[in-house]
Design a protein around this ligand. Structure first.
Ligand code: CUA
Length: 343
């Protein structure tokens, strides 16, 4: 029994290590492949800590091995080594060890302090404001339109311009979550009733993955979000598209889908700007078809995934508040086609 438990533990640790190494290699969700100023500073600190602790560990092992060999050589003989309090060599080496430990800890504590100061100095004034709200289990994301001051809402996909600092203002609608984009910055708790904010200064263009980093219920693992770091021009283009109301349906199937979404159960929880759907509890769907995934990183975006998700969300994500909406085959097709067309 104990052996099988140990084997299961070993297997999980193995899988965890493998997943860690693979994610580190692909760099999609890894603090070991920094794509932002904050993550870069934290990675330097991690490297220093690994070196200092690694060297200390290696030294301890070398001296431990050496002393074991010494004892074994003398085992059984009359000349077994004894500890003499007046042994000057021993006292000197104890002093050297003590000094080494103090120096090592001082280096680590100072580096940690300096990195913390540096992270503080990165908090600029000219920032892009982004509101991120954690829900069980998805992320509401809103950008402030610089021209109108209006908030433009989306969900589960964070776009950031490279080279500019974004201040993420965090809020929660239910329990404690934690906002984390490992490639760009450290993590910060998202606490109900408390306004926390974290700055992200990305510099490497590409797709990354963010993840809730605080256990928040059954679907905590399915509370991810896609992160796109893009050029400022590309970001401005994306934001101007997001600010627009939904694309009007262009053919009879899409018209049928739009009518079902705006007049049926969907509209009670979801908003599609420019239509009669103005629900607030669920994600804004105005440009849902432009997103890379649905259900907070659970499924890759496609018409089939949309249809499967609507047909039985609780089978794909047990515990989700999204109910099953009973639709016949043709209506389900039309709704999925309409949502996919909302680019
Ligand atoms: Cu939200 Cu874990």
């Amino acid at each position: 029994m104990e052996r099988s438990a140990a084997m299961i533990c070993a297997r999980f640790i193995g899988i965890g290590l493998l997943a860690g190494i693979l994610s580190g290699c692909t760099g999609l969700q890894s603090p070991l492949a920094p794509a932002g100023a904050q993550a870069g500073s934290l990675f330097s600190l991690l490297q220093l800590m690994t070196w200092v602790c690694g060297i200390m560990y290696a030294l301890v092992l070398v001296f431990l091995g050496w002393s074991i060999v010494r004892v074994m050589r003398h085992t059984g003989g009359d000349d077994a080594p004894t500890v003499d309090p007046a042994d000057r060599g021993l006292n000197r080496s104890m002093l050297a060890w003590g000094a080494l430990i103090v120096i090592g800890l001082t280096v680590l504590a100072s580096a940690s302090f300096l990195v913390d100061r540096h992270l503080g100095s990165l908090r600029g004034e000219e920032v892009l404001r982004v509101r991120v709200t954690g829900h069980q289990w998805w992320w509401r994301i809103a950008y402030q339109d610089a021209a109108t001051g209006r908030w433009i809402e989306t969900a589960n996909e964070l776009h950031l311009p490279a080279g500019r600092t974004a201040r993420i203002e965090l809020g929660s609608s239910d329990v404690i979550h934690s906002f984390w984009v490992p490639n760009v910055a450290g993590k910060l708790d998202v606490i109900p009733g408390r306004a926390n904010s974290i700055d992200l200064t990305p510099h490497r263009i590409g797709w990354f993955r963010g993840q809730c980093a605080e256990f928040c219920g059954a679907q905590h693992a399915h509370m991810a979000f896609d992160v796109k770091i893009e050029s400022p021009a590309e970001f401005a283009r994306w934001l101007s598209v997001q600010a627009r109301p939904a694309t009007p349906p262009e053919n009879p199937v899409l018209v049928r889908g739009a009518a079902i979404v705006a007049q049926g159960a969907c509209a009670m929880c979801h908003a599609v700007r420019g239509t009669a759907a103005t629900g607030r509890p669920g994600p804004d769907l105005t440009h849902v078809g432009s997103r890379r995934s649905i259900a907070a990183g659970t499924l890759t975006m496609s018409r089939g995934a949309l249809q499967g998700w609507i047909a039985n969300p609780r089978a794909l994500k047990p515990g989700t508040t999204m109910p099953t909406v009973p639709l016949d085959g043709a209506d389900a097709d039309a709704v999925a086609a309409y949502l996919e067309s909302l680019k």
